[in-house]
Design a protein. Structure first.
Length: 429
């Protein structure tokens, strides 16, 4: 076997392994072993290793591939990335008291993911979006099952190979939902938090809904229908209000954009069964949102205070922010004036997070990247990708995981890559 064929064979295996394990949290502490803040723990993930290996193989086979990337040739996106780069690098020069290890770790992460974004159009060209999303779905289904089992048992299964850590609903800080007198563990599976679990399930609910709507064959339509049901179930059991809201808006867009006139699902159970099911679901959803003004009012108050702190941090450093991955390190300086118990969490808004850490220059860079990938490409994006962007942009206003957590960054990178790939293709699903 020639070297070229060997590289091609290894690359195919790596692609499959990456996509099937994309949402695993298998990881190892990377160089520095501090664990003061959850979101600053520098881990190297299994997905990082697979991505780097793929990039290395691509470079061996085609050393100039990055310079031919359609993403790099996009002037608006490249300008945005350049501004982000300037903001990140300038922090080293102008910001004092940076925790260098946290800064370097996040900078390396973003560099690897930017190269991955450039690689995704090539990945789509070779394997198609459908194959990529199908393999990702196959890898995600066992994690949904794992999350459901955790809810039933009230504790994890400690499947460390997948990156599931040991916890139970009795542990402090573990997220539970109270339904009357019952306390139920929210599903984590291999995700750091149930909100991210729900968000990822939402992304795939959107994709398979559009596949269901556009399917030509009965078998494909039936498979897509069942996957929609399964992934929507995953969103529901996450009890993530942000995921529920994002999914409702995304589904509304899909229905309008697809000009659907018939019911989405062809099954015909009795009307009373449908009504009963909807009443139960809506009762739970309304109860969950009502908790924002009752049992969960402290969560709402904390998020509001974090938003205000992020804005204050930016006002102190309007051009460059406080530095990449440094928000948590300055949080206590502002939180002591809040009058609430110490709460070491990133601001639950990715736009404010970027503004606080990278300043106006960094936020402008991110806006330009998103503008090129969404607004300029909108008419070329398939319906499912438009709906996914609606979901990400809305949930990004209410949580931080697209910018701070491994699986969130991977999903954001993948979505950006799909958008840039869509500019060069007529593929619709």
């Amino acid at each position: 076997m020639s070297i070229k064929r060997l590289i091609e064979a290894v690359r195919k295996v790596l692609v499959v392994l990456l996509l099937l394990t994309f949402f695993w949290q298998t990881r190892k502490a990377f160089i520095f072993r501090f664990e003061v803040f959850d979101y600053l723990i520098p881990f190297v993930y299994l997905s990082d290793i697979f991505i780097v290996l793929l990039l290395v193989l691509e470079t061996i086979q085609s050393p100039t591939w990055i310079f031919k990337s359609i993403v790099l040739k996009n002037k608006v996106a490249s300008t945005g990335v350049a501004l982000l780069f300037v903001s990140i690098v300038a922090s080293i020069v102008f910001q004092k008291n940076l925790l260098l290890s946290a800064y370097v770790y996040k900078a390396l992460k973003l560099l690897i993911l930017w190269l991955f974004i450039n690689f995704i159009p090539t990945l789509v060209e070779r394997y198609s979006t459908k194959k990529v999303m199908t393999l990702l779905s196959v890898g995600l289904l066992p994690l949904l099952l794992l999350g459901a089992i955790e809810m039933l048992l009230g504790h994890s299964l400690s499947l460390k190979l997948l990156g599931e850590w040991a916890f139970s609903k009795q542990m402090p800080g573990i997220s539970t939902i109270s339904l009357g007198s019952f306390s139920i563990l929210r599903p984590y599976a291999t995700f750091p938090h149930p909100n991210l679990f729900g968000a990822v399930m939402g992304i795939f609910s959107i994709y398979w809904l559009v596949r269901f709507v556009s399917a030509d064959y009965v078998v494909k339509k039936r498979l897509a229908k069942y996957l929609v049901i399964v992934f929507v179930f995953g969103v529901f059991i996450s009890f993530s209000r942000t995921a529920w809201l994002g999914l409702a808006l995304a589904f509304t867009y899909v229905v309008r954009a697809s000009r659907l006139k018939a019911p989405l699902f062809t099954a015909k159970p009795g009307v009373w069964k449908i009504v009963t099911f909807l009443v139960v679901i809506m009762t739970i959803i309304l109860f969950r949102f009502n908790q924002l003004f009752g049992a969960d009012s402290l969560s709402l108050l904390r998020r509001w205070e974090l938003d205000k702190i992020a804005f204050k941090v930016w006002l102190k450093n309007p051009a460059l922010g406080v530095g990449l991955n440094q928000f948590l390190l300055v949080l206590d300086e502002y939180w002591v004036r809040v009058g609430l118990l110490r709460f070491s969490q990133p601001v639950h808004n990715i736009y404010l997070m970027i503004l606080a850490e990278l300043g106006g220059i960094g936020l402008l860079g991110m806006v330009l990247v998103l503008y090129s990938a969404i607004v300029r490409a909108w008419n070329k994006l398939p319906i499912w990708l438009r709906a996914v962007w609606i979901f990400i942009l809305v949930t990004g206003l209410l949580d931080h995981y697209w910018w701070t957590l491994q699986q969130g960054l991977l999903v954001l990178s993948l979505t950006l890559g799909f958008s840039f790939a869509s500019m060069n293709t007529d593929e619709k699903a």
